[in-house]
Design a protein around this ligand. Structure first.
Ligand SMILES: [Fe+2]
Ligand SMILES: [Fe+2]
Ligand SMILES: [Fe+2]
Length: 432
């Protein structure tokens, strides 16, 4: 249970995703901003209600999110050319699991659907939302914009290219709206501007959409899936840390709302790993100095991404200090015992306990005895809190039960989505 007043706005949550995506791939972040801007202008011009405009713009802001777990090099936007429906379907699956974004899932699922002279309104007996077709047009227009050229010289050519696809690729109604809004210079200058996000932020009234405490927990779980599902070897780590840190917090006497916050912190503690290439995360041999420094930065990026949500201040501290040590030799802030909150010290114990008890790319899961003795070693060298390690050992069966159960569930979810990840693997092996 969280306090009733623990809530945030949808805009802050989307902003945190946008910050994360820009850290992973500035090109993809820019693409999302441009598509959101064009979709917003189209929806506004077509007379959609304020609520529908919010929905369309949010869907556009997030429309390629499935690619984050699929593709390594997002900067090329390769997922927009090859086998395009995989990232769309995966994005819909991720968003469908988070209630405030659930209504966006069908829009995103079909955002590459061609109009095909009206036949694209329904695919395999499933109706395709008009908003998907609208975002499809916005997406293609954004892809055509070459950020290196003078947009006002090229705008006529871009308009013609969209217009030529009327009926076949895009709905005639959407093309007509696009031709109207794109006849003006400011539209293109906004699109091509480095500040397109800020332009849209000034136009868009989404602050009113508030997210309650339960949905915030769902949001944390939703983000953890996107991070973890990038790699089958990490597919259930965050859920294990979430479950074990919350169980340990309860045993250690944290208040119920603090235990829920700990659960959220566990889901989010490694969100900064979005910035780490999968090849490094999955490497089964020793990391070199460069790779180690890239991995180490993930705790800093967790902090950076969560700072966008002011209500997560406490959670952010617990989550992003999970690699700090009592002796001050941890990272990224090198805080020592007196500056580390009990929550952060507890999260560090739960993270290491979970990591030791699960298979890693470079070793199999340790036995209970082995992992406990590593934890005690770390207490001796003043890395971890003695009291929390003691409580963990004393209540090992109970905490381990919650961890295993949570990891079993996220493993199941990962395997349910597996056909999509397999599609990616086959595609990649064909390409190479
Ligand atoms: Fe796409
Ligand atoms: Fe796209
Ligand atoms: Fe970590």
């Amino acid at each position: 249970m969280l306090p009733q007043d623990f809530r945030s706005s949808l805009s802050q949550l989307v902003k945190s995703i946008s910050v994360a995506i820009k850290l992973i791939s500035p090109a993809m972040g820019r693409h999302h901003d441009q598509v959101a801007y064009i979709a917003f202008r189209l929806a506004e011009h077509l007379g959609y209600s304020e609520e529908q405009i919010i929905k369309i713009t949010l869907a556009a802001f997030l429309h390629d999110i499935g690619a984050v777990s699929l593709e390594e090099n997002l900067d090329q936007l390769r997922f927009e050319k090859d086998n395009v429906h995989i990232h769309a379907e995966l994005g819909a699956l991720f968003l469908g699991a988070f209630a405030p974004f659930r209504s966006l899932a069908p829009i995103i699922k079909h955002h590459h659907q061609r109009w095909n002279y009206g036949e694209g309104a329904c695919i395999n007996h499933e109706s395709v939302p008009a908003e998907s077709h609208l975002i499809h047009l916005a997406d293609r227009a954004a892809v055509l914009i070459n950020n290196q050229t003078n947009i006002l010289i090229h705008k006529q050519n871009l308009r013609e290219r969209i217009s030529q696809q009327k009926g076949k690729v895009f709905s005639p109604e959407h093309v007509a709206a696009f031709m109207d809004i794109s006849s003006k210079d400011y539209f293109w200058l906004d699109c091509a501007s480095n500040g397109v996000y800020e332009v849209l932020e000034g136009l868009f009234k989404w602050e009113s959409v508030l997210i309650g405490s339960e949905a915030l927990l769902d949001f944390s779980r939703f983000l953890s899936r996107i991070v973890d599902f990038r790699s089958p070897l990490n597919a259930n780590h965050s859920s294990g840390v979430a479950a074990s840190s919350a169980a340990l917090a309860r045993i250690a006497g944290f208040k119920p709302e603090e235990c829920t916050m700990m659960l959220m912190g566990g889901y989010l503690h490694d969100i900064g790993k979005l910035v780490v290439p999968v090849a490094i995360l999955e490497k089964d041999t020793a990391l070199d100095q460069n790779e180690r420094s890239i991995i180490k930065a993930h705790a800093y990026y967790t902090h950076h991404i969560l700072t966008v949500i002011p209500e997560f201040q406490q959670i952010n501290q617990w989550a992003s200090h999970h690699h700090e040590r009592l002796d001050g030799k941890g990272y990224p802030f090198a805080l020592d015992e007196k500056d580390l909150t009990p929550g952060a010290q507890l999260m560090a114990v739960a993270d290491i306990y979970t990591a030791l008890n699960e298979d890693r790319p470079y070793r199999k899961a340790m036995s209970r005895q082995q992992s406990t003795s590593v934890l005690h070693e770390m207490v001796k060298e003043r890395a971890l809190n003695n009291e929390y390690v003691g409580l963990l050992e004393k209540n090992f069966d109970e905490i381990d039960y919650f961890r295993c159960e949570a990891q079993r569930i996220s493993n199941e979810e990962y395997h349910n989505m597996n056909p999509l990840f397999m599609g990616k693997c086959q595609k990649e092996s064909k390409d190479t």
